[in-house]
Design a protein around this ligand. Structure first.
Ligand code: NAD
Ligand code: 89V
Length: 343
């Protein structure tokens, strides 16, 4: 099998995980990197032995010689870089949050569709081992039809030291973290018809909201709550675990802290350890996220080689991104938002 060659743009905090994961992925490797900051370009280039280095993305695309591009920059540059990839007919992965507005996200999806270019949003949380285990437990059918769910991420972990920009934005937890939790809710209980949200800021040292409580009416008729907080100090810090509760017509599923999965039906309760693997380059507590980065990049490589759309395609991600926009709108107006009308 021929190996796909990729180019990575944005050599910052999170891209280091993506570079490690590309080393592990079968069927692809990174041939060139780009960052407008020469210091970051040098650090990542030397760490991963990449000699083709660019400070300017347009020069990278002009030189070409790669089969896909992996955009790992922060959100402000996503729109111009995705459109640049589409113009050069290069398949593209783009980090979350995909865009700053739903209109921008739709424009990027259209640009790639019109150019006939595959587009995947790097929405990796649904690829975490514990989340995949919940999906499989639900698919096994023992709990019957799910009618209620809770997707919860509550923590006091200091995310600001690694990602200082998170403290500065007008929007914080829904755009950065809740976006993953909302995507998990869609992945487990299906698409959403309506959404109601409440937010607040507890930490006085940041600009955006750090607590959000979101009620989802799924198209299936199920109801779920997505609750996220970076202002919640607990006896054992759970970062970065998403906890899940699902009630079904014949039983329940609980994913609780410590990666413990409980499936209960009329016959009793089965408990499984669904801990992620600690990859050779990973470190706790990030290993859960790091393993999902490898999983999504392997998925992209396999799908691109097969000519098939990835699970978190741009078109799929519009349905998650709409929930982010709707949550801010609902929190500001106090209204319930019709999701179908936004798409
Ligand atoms: P960062 O600021 O540390 O790194 C971004 C890098 O991109 C910087 O080095 C910057 O110089 C470079 N850059 C920006 N615009 C550029 C351009 N036009 N051309 C070339 N280089 C450019 O940010 P980060 O914390 O690494 O976050 C990057 C993205 O990853 C964000 O969108 C963030 O939300 C996302 N992220 C995702 C996860 C996840 O689990 N999926 C986790 C953390 C961060
Ligand atoms: O996954 C993310 O997008 C990260 C973090 C877990 C820190 O919120 O920004």
């Amino acid at each position: 099998m021929t190996e796909l060659k990729g180019a990575l743009i944005g050599c910052g905090f999170f891209a280091v995980n993506q570079m490690h994961a590309w080393n592990d992925v079968k069927g692809a490797r990174i041939a060139a990197i780009c960052d407008r900051d020469p210091e970051r370009l040098k650090i990542v280039g030397e760490q991963f032995g990449i000699t083709r280095r660019y400070c300017d993305a347009s020069q990278l695309f002009a030189d070409g010689g790669f089969d896909f591009v992996d955009i790992a920059t922060t959100v402000q540059s996503h729109h111009p870089l995705v459109e640049m990839a589409a113009r050069h007919k290069v398949p593209v992965i783009c980090q979350k949050p995909f865009a700053t507005t739903l209109a921008d996200a739709k424009a990027m999806v259209k640009a790639c569709r019109d150019a006939g270019v595959p587009l995947m949003v790097h929405e990796n949380f649904r690829w975490q081992t514990p989340i995949q285990a919940v999906r499989r437990a639900l698919d096994a059918g023992v709990i019957g039809e799910p009618f209620w769910g809770r997707f919860s991420f509550r923590s006091a972990y200091d995310v600001f030291s690694g990602q200082p920009y998170l403290a500065a934005g007008e929007r914080f937890i829904i755009e950065d973290l809740g976006i993953h939790t909302l995507d998990i809710a869609r992945f487990i209980l299906g698409d959403v018809a309506a959404l109601t949200a409440r937010t607040r800021r507890v930490n006085p040292n940041i600009r955006g909201e750090d607590v959000a409580t979101i009620l989802l009416d799924h198209q299936s008729g199920a109801t779920s709550v997505v609750d996220v907080s970076y202002a919640t100090r607990l006896a054992t810090e759970p970062f970065p675990e998403t906890l899940i509760e699902l009630d079904g017509s014949h039983g329940t599923i609980r994913l609780s802290q410590g990666y413990r999965l409980e499936v209960t039906d009329a016959q009793g309760t089965k408990v499984t350890d669904v801990s992620p693997r600690l990859l050779s380059w990973a470190s706790r507590p990030w290993h859960n996220i790091q393993e999902s980065v490898f999983a999504i990049q392997q998925h992209w490589t396999d799908r691109l080689a097969a000519g098939e759309a990835p699970s978190t395609s741009g078109a799929d991600n519009l349905k998650t991104f709409a929930l982010v926009e709707a949550a801010y709108d609902s929190a500001a107006t106090g209204k319930t938002i019709d999701i179908g009308a936004m798409l």
